[in-house]
Write a protein that binds this ligand. Structure first.
Ligand code: PTJ
Length: 256
């Protein structure tokens, strides 16, 4: 890994980039994952590299769904395995979720490597190696485990593909996405769209889950009932617009 000084003004962003590069080097992240990370970085810059109030609201609603779930799965791909393996394990532990490796650029070798990578960070059972069910989709992200995503009622999908997200919703599942692009098909079709960096979102959600774990089922349901996903998407677009306006103003550039 390239040595990054803590003093560097873009330290966090550069470290995240290094983690993805390292993921490619050790064979858990796809090369396409580098491109996806770049796109995420661009949206994060526009949002202000922070968890907005509205994203935090979505994260709380997501946790309420997770704590009420009967069968909860967290889907793991090559990017999240490289960026946040410990956070995935921590969130699964506190919410009672099972991790399932599910890849767009699927290979058995990469699935096994990711499962081992998660286990080396403390994960118990990791699904995804069987791939004994298929969703009605034309790409390999359709391949899932029957005891996992196929039968889950709630699925957390960080960095998901839009068509699979839509398919999971069509199947009647509660789908929680984490995607920095507020206008991606994933964000537009999820039950709860968390428009935040996966590196911040999972940490926040783990803390919320610790705080909410002993809340009554009724109070968790109340959090869900008061949640409006369209508002969360509008708020993200508004946050981007306001940040651009502010940045332009600070540089003496007229905002039209
Ligand atoms: O490991 P695999 O084979 O399953 O492949 C994973 C990737 C991510 C390469 C694959 O699913 C893919 O190509 O995804 P997309 O279609 O590029 O979508 C990725 C979405 O995640 C984009 O909307 C990005 O803006 C967003 N994104 C990227 N990095 C982050 C992010 N969202 C939150 N946090 C990030 N760090």
């Amino acid at each position: 890994m390239t040595e990054i000084s803590r003093e560097h003004p873009r330290y966090e962003s550069l470290i995240t980039r290094e983690k993805i590069v390292e993921g490619v080097r050790i064979g858990i992240t796809s090369k396409q994952g580098l491109v996806a990370q770049g796109r995420g970085e661009a949206f994060d810059y526009l949002i202000g590299e922070r968890t907005t109030e509205s994203a935090a609201f979505a994260e709380r609603a997501a946790v309420a769904h997770m704590l009420l779930a009967t069968k909860l799965i967290i889907s793991v791909n090559g990017n999240t395995a490289a960026l946040v393996p410990e956070n995935l394990v921590a969130l699964a532990d506190v919410t009672g979720a099972t991790l399932e490796v599910n890849l767009f650029h699927r290979s058995d070798a990469r699935i096994h490597k990711i499962a081992e990578h998660l286990k080396s960070r403390g994960a118990g059972k990791v699904l995804g190696c069987k791939g004994d069910k298929r969703l009605d989709l034309s790409h390999d992200r359709a391949i899932v485990d029957e005891e996992g995503i196929f039968n889950a009622d709630v699925v957390l999908v960080p960095l998901e593909d839009g068509d699979r997200c839509q398919k999971l919703v069509e199947m009647g599942k509660t789908v929680i996405s984490i995607d920095l692009n507020p206008l991606s098909r994933t964000s537009l079709s999820s039950t709860v769209s968390i428009i935040d960096n996966v590196t911040r979102a999972l940490q926040n959600m783990t803390q919320f889950a610790k705080d909410m774990k002993h809340d009554s089922r009724q109070s968790l349901r109340d959090v869900i009932v008061s949640y409006d996903n369209n508002k969360v998407i509008s708020d993200a677009l508004y946050a981007i617009q306001e940040r651009l306006k502010l940045q332009a103003g600070e540089r003496g550039i007229q905002w039209i």
